[in-house]
Design a protein around this ligand. Structure first.
Ligand code: NDP
Length: 250
């Protein structure tokens, strides 16, 4: 069996796509895996995995609702106890059909997408921080040697790389750029606590969001991201990287 990736791990948006594949790949490589989703009772694949791996806890989390986030983290805390949480993956994300003209913008869509992609991860981090700090106090044998926050970002958030060929999602691209600032600021704030923060672009992946023409299968993306996350260098803390570990400039 591969070396343990992390002691305890929480991932949001775990019921399908990239999140579900992380659960499949990591269930046997952590002590406890909290698989977060909006509707646990409807998460068929997750519940089937839970029947095979009794270390999977399916927890309810809607990243647009602070009370719900708080309740979820309280549940996680009760199970983790003194070990704390060694890895948080902010994966939940939302998109809409292409809106490549400013005249196609919709305030309702912008609010919905920003609620998930922009406001969700910081509020999940706010409530998880004490658990990550707790994990930093205990040394254990795992691949990530320090507690780690992984924000699933995108190359489309890069202002410096944006060009007309790739700018087909105003709402989505705009909603992911602030995640880069958050990643950087949080990394600076909690560096002294011994906690790392990274934003990672999974590639263009065959999921409901990525579509069937995407270049990577979900298995390929997760395999490469896990390899990259297992070999993070300290200078990458607070940056946006792709699934291969290459820097994407903000
Ligand atoms: P999917 O659309 O396949 O899955 C999105 C996941 O996010 C679902 O589990 C969904 O749950 C969950 N989610 C949506 N809204 C909320 C919410 N309010 N609270 C909690 N969970 C929520 O997308 P992917 O798996 O492709 O994307 C995962 C991440 O990767 C996203 O952050 C995305 O932006 C990013 N990404 C994806 C790329 C790709 O090519 N696929 C490329 C670059 C980045 P539900 O079933 O309840 O809707």
């Amino acid at each position: 069996m591969s070396q343990k990736f992390a002691k305890n791990l929480l991932i949001t948006g775990a019921n399908r796509g990239i999140g579900l594949e992380f659960v499949k790949k990591l269930a046997s490589r952590v002590d406890i895996l909290f698989a977060g989703c909006r509707k646990p009772s409807e998460a068929k694949e997750l519940n089937a995995l839970k029947d095979v791996h009794n270390n999977i806890h399916v927890v309810e989390i809607d990243v647009t609702c602070e009370k719900n986030i708080q309740a979820c983290i309280e549940e996680v805390s009760k199970v983790c106890g003194e070990a704390g949480l060694s890895c948080l993956i902010n994966n939940a994300g939302a998109n809409k059909k292409p809106d490549n003209k400013v005249t196609e913008l919709s305030l309702d869509d912008l609010k919905r997408i920003f609620s998930v992609n922009t406001f969700g991860p910081p509020i999940v981090c706010k409530h998880s921080l004490s658990l990550l700090q707790q994990a930093a106090k205990t040394h254990s044998d795992q691949i990530i040697t320090k507690p780690l926050i992984v924000n699933i970002g995108t190359g489309l958030s890069s202002v410096s790389r944006m060009n007309r060929d790739m700018s087909c999602y105003y709402s989505y691209n705009m909603s992911k750029s602030p995640l880069n600032m958050f990643t950087k600021m949080l990394s600076l704030e909690i560096e002294e606590d011994g906690i790392d923060v990274i934003a990672i672009h999974p590639g263009w992946v065959q999921t409901d969001m990525g579509g069937s023409n995407a270049t990577l299968t979900v298995q390929q993306s997760i395999d490469m991201m896990l390899e990259t996350l297992s070999n993070l260098r300290q200078e990458q803390n607070g940056t946006l990287i792709n699934f291969k570990g290459e820097t994407i400039p903000y």
